[in-house]
Design a protein around this ligand. Structure first.
Ligand code: 4AD
Ligand code: MG
Length: 434
């Protein structure tokens, strides 16, 4: 190679003229008697490169003739603007090294979704997947940035736990030496212990749900962004959820316009979320709206199903907070509203464009008697929760928190049809490979 200083494809196009060296993978190739066109891809972009037979050595021409898609190459040559090239620039190759000749790449056009999932390890290289992964990286970074900028501590709770938290049937059992243990569904119960030390904490960690549902928004392993705060009430925690989502959207719109374009996502759909205050309605008001505006009757006391959430969200262009769900159907730690014992001090944040629940959160019950009563009703062994119940014995304080499914957020932001495309290697009931 003439120069061992490689530019990324994007940097090379920014340079725009003169000699450049780049390295990457062959994204497309087209060969004729006189010309070989290679579209070369790296992490940053793609660029057309042309090899002219009359201008290069026989050896170079012969090594280029054998190139198949996804071969890895290093090359240098002159770059210039070319309106006909896919990204507006072309490199005329003077020097070429094939680092590895690829075998026939199994990804071609018109393959089934399931097949693309079977070869996800290779499909990751596609432009859409790469774009999603970049947005995903922005989202994780923005979540950390948001919490750290307001002085929150990152706290980690165990993944292997002795008992449940959300609901029994979706717990994954694991063999832990000669005992039965479980994979965590949430950091929450341990986080509640930790607020007595740190007061304001957050995490982003994997959560596990043995979901039998085959929907476009359920994974069995997902990344869960959670927060727990001492002295916070329902309104405080809802304000925080809104602040977090706005911050993430702001960062994505700043950093990922190109990726959203590759994903064919209409980025203007995300703008109302930045500009408007998210509506806050109670569960009871949601039922009334569903009846009046959508002709859907939901019996008071029943949880909102996917179809009802979607119909409701047709009326909005930002996320919406639905609060005060019936106490009876809520997790054991959600307290009743002192002003109405039938409802609980909790919320779900529903996403627009049929994305369903993005966040679930609540105040936490301070009353140990109520907690024991609720656990017994669920048939849980209160001994398994003794550490949790201890937190209500020594200086209990009001507190609140929430959990956000990061893949659900990425799915909405990127406008994806299925949550499986919001994570590199998805895990569902029917898919745990590769
Ligand atoms: O509503 P969930 O079950 O709430 C909790 O786990 C609370 N302990 C969180 C807390 O207050 N710290 O789950 C929270 C969020 C949901 O709103 C949803 O976005 C996501 O986690 N989620 C899933 N995402 C993907 N696949 C699944 N199977 C999910 N289940 C929940
Ligand atoms: Mg929930």
């Amino acid at each position: 190679m003439k120069s061992e200083h490689y530019l990324s494809v994007k940097e090379a196009m920014q340079k725009g003229k003169g000699e450049v060296s780049i390295r990457g993978w062959v994204y497309r190739e087209r060969k004729s008697n006189q010309f070989i066109f290679l579209v070369v891809r790296d992490y940053s972009d793609i660029i057309q490169c042309v090899i002219k037979k009359e201008k290069v050595s026989d050896d170079l021409w012969k090594s280029a003739e054998k190139i198949l898609i996804e071969s890895s190459v290093k090359l240098s040559g002159h770059i210039k603007e070319d309106k006909r090239a896919p990204t507006g620039y072309e490199v005329e190759v003077e020097d070429l090294e094939v680092v590895h000749y690829a075998e026939n790449f199994p990804v071609t056009k018109d393959q089934s979704y399931e097949y693309l999932l079977d070869i996800r390890h290779l499909w990751l290289r596609s432009r859409k997947m790469t774009a999603m992964l970049k947005v995903r990286s922005t989202v994780f970074g923005a979540i950390h940035e948001y919490f750290r900028s307001i002085g929150y501590y990152e706290f980690h709770s165990p993944i292997i736990i002795p008992g449940g938290a959300e609901c029994g049937p979706t717990l994954f059992e694991i063999k832990y030496f000669d005992k039965k243990m479980f994979l965590t569904q949430t950091w929450q119960l341990y986080a509640e212990a930790a607020i007595f030390a740190l007061e304001k904490i957050y995490t982003i960690a994997p959560s596990f749900r043995a979901e039998r549902s085959k929907t476009s928004r359920h994974l069995t392993e997902y990344w869960h962004a959670e927060v727990e705060v001492a002295w916070y009430d329902l309104e405080d925690i809802i304000d925080m959820a809104e602040g977090l989502v706005k911050h993430v959207i702001k960062r994505v719109l700043e950093k990922n316009q190109e990726e959203l374009k590759i994903l064919e996502r209409d980025a203007t759909k995300l703008e109302p979320t930045l500009k408007k205050t998210f509506p806050r309605i109670t569960y009871t008001e949601a039922l009334k709206t569903l009846k009046e505006k959508k002709g859907m009757e939901v019996e008071w006391g029943k949880d909102l199903r996917t179809i009802e959430e979607e119909k409701l969200m047709e009326l909005y262009d930002t996320p919406v907070f639905v609060t005060h769900y019936p106490k009876e159907i809520m997790a054991f730690y959600k307290p009743k509203d002192p002003e109405n014992a039938d409802v609980s001090l909790c919320f779900d944040m529903l996403g627009p464009e049929a994305n369903g629940e993005l966040i679930g959160g609540s105040e936490r019950d301070m009353d140990i008697k109520e907690l024991i009563k609720a656990l017994e009703k669920l048939g849980e062994k209160t001994e398994d929760y003794s550490y949790y119940l201890d937190t209500r014995k020594y200086g209990s304080v009001p507190h609140a928190g929430f959990g956000m499914g990061v893949e659900r957020l990425v799915k909405w932001i990127c406008g994806l049809d299925n949550i499986k495309d919001a994570i590199p290697f998805p895990r569902t009931m029917n898919r745990a490979n590769p």
